[in-house]
Structures are given as structure tokens and as C-alpha cells.
Write a protein that binds this ligand. Sequence first.
Ligand code: 6PG
Length: 479
Amino acid sequence: SPAQIGVTGLAVMGRNLARNLARHGYTVAVHNRTSARTRALVEEFGHEGDFVPAETPEEFVAALERPRRLVIMVKAGGPTDAVIEEFAPLLDEGDIVVDGGNAHFADTRRRERRLRERGIHFVGTGISGGEEGALNGPSIMPGGSEEAHAALRPLLESIAAKAADGTPCTTHVGPDGAGHFVKMVHNGIEYADMQLIAEAYDLLRTVAGYEPARIAEVFRTWNTGRLDSYLIEITAEVLAHTDAATGRPFVDVVADRAEQKGTGRWTVQTALELGVPVSGIAEAVFARSLSGHAALREAAAELPGPRRQVLDEREAARFADQVEQALYASKVTSYAQGWNMMQAASEEYGWGIDLGAVAAIWRGGCIIRAAFLDRVRAAFAADPTLPTLLADAEFAKEIGEAQPAWRAVVATAVRHGVPVPGFSAALASYDALRAERLPAALTQAQRDYFGAHTYRRTDRAGSYHTLWSGDRSEVSADI
Ligand code: 6PG
């Protein structure tokens, strides 16, 4: 029987996605550039469902029922373009090409436009959850046309993770690049979340003097409350792990250099272009870069810092509680920045993204899955035009209650010389947003002074310039 869907690119993500589809009763055509992988998949996992192995692109395309649905699971960038170029001539009008890689949304927009001209639907799709998720239920973020989505929807819903209330973690995000855009922001938020967790760990270790095993316990406790999330859960697992070779805490034998494949960097680059401040994500990207700058770190290693004194047991317990509050408040602030960015892009590109629906499909399957995302969903469901998550009454109240602890933690970190770029950037963003007056007035006045860049006044309309090098009288700058 013809295959209902095909997957080309059978590295671990593609292979697991194909298995997930087959396990849900779909007949899946499978193809890989080197066919050894295709054969290995069928040999190892053929018993899990119906696979149709194809040796060549022609065989692969011929195996698919029409309109064809094929999923590309290859490296983002050049390799994805190469595969599209290879397959496009073999396809017919109405066929649907899904790109499940971590593509840049601008590439997706370009590819969608090209294929649309040929009558082919291109569905740039964010897939989150790593290899485990691909196999057992990822969060799936498809972009592209309504029509293509309607044809894919039953398949996507059956293989996606299910939220606690049973709803599948997938939705049609919006046209062309919308799916890959929200996946990119997901990863940016992932970076911010990981950085904040790392800072919390560092504070508990350095200031509270807790050992990793004990910090694992703290994270386990946090995971039963409002911080309940996959990233907190795996943090506890990692911290409790002992290195077999040395018997030391595993975290102590891992080199302290965090790498990145680039989606966090894309998020920040794109945010700069959109003019949306995402300081939490930016600090997380910079923290990773800094960690890898061996020469800079070595050159600065002897610079003076404060004398540190570990807190006593009672103070440490109190401090740990404050760190939970700081982590939560910083997390909400960073997530708010990610949502601001999706909101801005949705307006810029006319995507009509349902911001609550994005939260809903991140409740399960993806790396940032967390209990609190149900509340983000509820906040946008209650008010789809909410300008920022921080303005939601419930979040505002919680953060208001957490802010004294948040400030205490940042102040303590500064006093102890522990870097907390994530915590402090989030707090600065919170304070800047709530400020009645910002010193931006002075910045604008300076711009007028040295460059006649003009300013607006608080008391009347229009643009003005002061004749700084003349008699300092004010002139209207409106023509
Ligand atoms: C996911 C992950 C996944 C990947 C990260 C890693 O949602 O499943 O985000 O896409 O593991 O992109 O990113 P870095 O290598 O940049 O840390």
C-alpha cells in the first residue's frame, strides 16, 4: 500500500520521527542519502510498524500517496536547500514538503515562496523535544498554508506530545516562517531558562555553601512547586550524578565551557532587528560565549574580587528560599521578553500568531515544558492583546511578592562577586519597564546636543531642537 507520509534524512531525529509515525499506524516511506541508514532502520525497527524503504529520491516519491506528504529531516542551511532542490522537480502541484529541522525563519520564508510559485506547499516546522521527544511525542510548531496544515493535522496531532489535559502539543502557528520563528524563540527562552538555573545553582553552591547532591535536593523540592518543569527536573538529575571515573560530583568534572549551535544567537540577532529587548536571552547567549573565551578568562583570572564568606546553615536555608523567588521572577520576566518578540514578529509579518496557543503547545514535549505555561496560556486566553505577561494580574501579583527576595539575591550575588547576568538583567528589565521616568530623557537631550537629533517635550506636541552652540534658545524642528 502507498505510504501516507515519508521521511528523508534518517539521522537520529528523522529516524525517531519516522518510528513515531509508524508506531501510530501510519505507513512511512523512509529514505536517506546513504541507504545503509535506511536499511538499518528497517532491520532494527521494522517490527514497530509499516515502513517502505526507498533507495533513491524517485523511489521515495513514487512510494507516497497523493497529495504527497514528505518530511525533510536534514541539517539546517545548505543541506536543506540541497534536498529541496533534489526533490522539488519530482513533485506535483498540491504536494506538501515539511522541513522539520531547526531552520532560520528567513530561509523558510524564502523556500516557502519559491515552492509556492511551483504549486508546492512548504511547511517549515519547529520540532522540539530532542531525540526522546521525536520518538515519544515532541511539541510540533508547523508554519505554512492552512490547506497544507489541514492535510497534516491528523498525523501531527497523533504523534505530538499530549498536555496534562490531553490536548496535543501542536497547532498551526501561522503562514510561511511562523513555525520556525516560534521554534527559534523557544530555543532563546531555553537558553535564558538554562542560564537562570545555572545562576541559581552557582549561588547555592558558592554563597549557601551547598554541595551538588544537596542542591539536587533543593531543585527536586522546587520541582514540586511553581517551578515544576523539565529543565528543573533534569538539573536535579545532573547534580545528583557522580562521575564513575573519579567519584566526584559529575558537574565538577565537566569543563565549564557552554557551546551553542546557534538558535539562541539567531533569537538575539532577530530581536535586535525587530527592536524588541530580550536582555535575558541575550545575557544567556553572552554567558555561553564568555565561558568559552579561554584567553580572556585567563587574562582576568588574577583580578581582585570580594572576600567571600559562606552563609551559616540558618541563613543559607533562608537564602535558598530567596533564590527560588528570584529564579521564578527572572524566569517570568525572560519568558515575557520571548512573548514580546513573538508578538512583534507576528505584527511585522502579519502572521496572526495566537500567543496563548503557543504556550499551550509548549506545555508538553518540548525542552521548556513547564507547569507554569498553562498559566501563560490562560493569561493570553483571558486577554489576547495583553501587551506583556508581566501585566497579567496574577503574574504581576506573584512578581510583586517575589521582588524583595529577588533584589536581595541580586545584591548578595554582587557582594559575593558571583556573576548573575540573567537574574540582574531580568530585574533591570522589570525596573525599567515599571519606571515612571527613564533617564532616556537625558540620552535624547545629549543626542540633540551633539547631533541636532531633536527631542519631544512632555508638555506640548512637536519636535524641537535647542541651539546648544548658540544662545540656547529652542526652535521648532517640524517643517
Ligand atoms: C529542542 C532543542 C533542540 C536542540 C537545541 C540545542 O527544542 O529540542 O532546542 O533544538 O537540542 O537547539 O541548542 P544549542 O546546541 O544551541 O544549545
